[in-house]
Design a protein around this ligand. Structure first.
Ligand code: TRP
Ligand code: ZN
Length: 481
């Protein structure tokens, strides 16, 4: 028997009519409730994410063969209905769905663009936790972003790599693909024996299965990773290939797991050796580290076009420099633990991570943050005029379109906003603010209005009106530095 879940108004009417048997009929057919929305209303990515439910956990069981580029996956998605749900969407681009169940029962589905619309056999009542299992396979897609960069599933020199900012995770698993819905993850990846598979969180098991065919060609290794703290879909990663693995711990006992393409090993050694020291410096400045391990993934230079702050295990295309390592590790606090509510709030990620680089320089015999700020304001930070002027193209809190969410106004001008705050409140209060911000929204989501309200609360009597108006929301170059 399907659960019977009449709409609330229908129930009231029925209760009044004392005609409950007749009323449960419609619920029994599972036609009550409403479909979840196909997006969460993100101002830059309207189709990203879905309405009607919150995911709490993804269990992904994947197998990938680099020779054929074929990915086979099972996604078990645990979610809670946020209203009586007659249907709901997941985001999945490409791949073939082979079967789909909700609460163990076959469900129908349709596909249109990135929307995988699921019709469970019976309405899911508000508040109910339910599990959706999607079996799928195919050749995963590389997705080109509005700004032209490539994400999703990328083929690398010796394997593959999944990068998901802002929307690429839908190339390799079905999800509620928006930063506002964070969840824990179990990611299990089977690859041909001899290759490694690295992901977020902690490695739980590594199991090799020999085949009986004799030549060993069918032998596989399965790597099982677990992320126990909430993670946005865009921060999930899988890296498959040959890697030199290093495991150490920081002074505090935090596990450090680095995976480095052997071609990049020599060039990476010195900078990665500083990872524990950078972590300690960041904990001192930003507050206690939010996750249960750290590390890095280094592939070859041409394998991707940018670094990414994949949770606990930032990714680098080629050996990173210290500044980039400082930047991606700073994102673990600002971006990964405190995650933007929408893609408009990107400067809360990039402004902070960029300012972390300035602070690192200042604390390590480099330019002071004030000198960096002044160089940017005067226009002699970059060696060409176009770059110098680009930082004034739009205000950090209002990128002009999805194609511009990773432009320099979000990064450098975002960092300038933080420096203006620091100058207004002084160093002691400033560090209280950036640590307090990370603590107040730890594992959650926040937007620009939350941030300005927090700063004002932390510095009563100070006037931030001009900073917000001219530096954060205002068009053009502010009149005064
Ligand atoms: N977040 C990355 C960094 O650390 C850069 C980046 C990669 C990015 N892809 C993106 C930023 C897509 C915005 C959108 O700087
Ligand atoms: Zn960044």
């Amino acid at each position: 028997m399907p659960r019977s879940v009449p709409l609330v108004p229908a129930l009231t009417a029925c209760a009044l009519a004392l005609a409950l048997t007749a009323c449960t009929g419609s619920g029994a057919q599972g036609t009550s409730g409403a479909p979840g929305a196909s997006g969460v209303g993100d101002p830059y990515f309207p189709n990203a994410g879905n309405g009607g439910y919150d995911v709490t956990h993804y269990a992904l069981t994947l197998a990938y063969t680099p020779d054929t580029h074929r990915l086979t996956g099972t996604a078990e998605i645990t979610a809670r209905a946020t209203h009586d749900l007659s249907a709901f969407d997941l985001d999945l681009k490409g791949m073939q769905v082979k079967s789909l169940t909700v609460a163990g029962r076959k469900a129908r589905w349709t596909r249109k663009g990135q929307e995988l619309t699921v019709r469970p056999p019976a309405t899911l009542p508000e508040g109910e936790t339910f599990r959706t299992t999607v079996r799928y396979s195919g050749t995963p897609e590389t997705i080109t972003d509005p700004d032209g960069s490539e994400e999703g599933w990328l083929r690398t020199a010796d394997g593959a790599l999944a990068l998901g900012e802002p929307t690429g995770s839908m190339a390799w698993f079905p999800s509620d693909n928006h930063p506002s819905d964070k969840a824990t993850y179990d990611i299990t990846i089977t690859v041909p024996k001899g290759l490694q598979a690295v992901s977020n969180g902690e490695l739980r098991t590594e199991t090799t299965t020999e085949t009986t065919t004799g030549d060993g060609s069918g032998a596989t290794t399965t790597y099982s990773w677990r992320t126990t703290h909430p993670m946005a879909t865009y921060l999930a990663t899988v890296a498959i290939g040959h890697y030199d693995i290093t495991r150490t711990t920081t002074k505090n006992g935090l596990p450090v797991y680095t995976a480095v393409d052997p071609h990049e090993a020599a060039a990476s050694r010195k900078v990665l050796a500083r990872l524990p020291e950078i972590m300690e410096w960041e904990e001192y400045n930003f507050g206690s580290y939010p996750f249960s391990s750290t590390g890095a993934i280094v592939d070859r230079r041409g394998d991707a076009g940018y670094a990414l702050e994949t949770q606990t295990r930032p990714f680098f295309p080629g050996a990173p420099d210290t500044a980039t390592l400082v930047h991606e590790l700073a994102h673990q606090w600002y971006g990964d633990s405190v995650t933007p509510k929408t893609w408009r709030d990107m400067w809360l990620n990039e402004g902070f991570a960029t300012y972390a680089e300035w602070l690192w320089d200042e604390d390590h015999d480099g330019d002071t943050a004030q000198e960096t700020f002044d160089a940017l304001y005067k226009g002699d930070y970059y060696d060409n005029k176009a770059d110098s002027e680009a930082i004034w193209a739009f205000p950090p809190a209002k990128p002009t379109s999805a194609a511009h969410i990773s432009d320099s106004p979000v990064y450098e001008r975002g960092a300038m906003v933080l420096h203006k705050i620091r100058r207004t409140v002084g160093d002691a209060r400033f560090y209280d603010i950036i640590q307090g911000w990370a603590a107040a929204h730890r594992y959650g989501n926040a937007d620009t209005a939350d941030f300005t309200a927090y700063v004002e609360k932390m510095a009563p009597g100070k006037d931030f009106g001009g900073i917000w108006k001219d530096w954060l929301y205002g068009d053009g170059k502010p009149a005064r530095p």
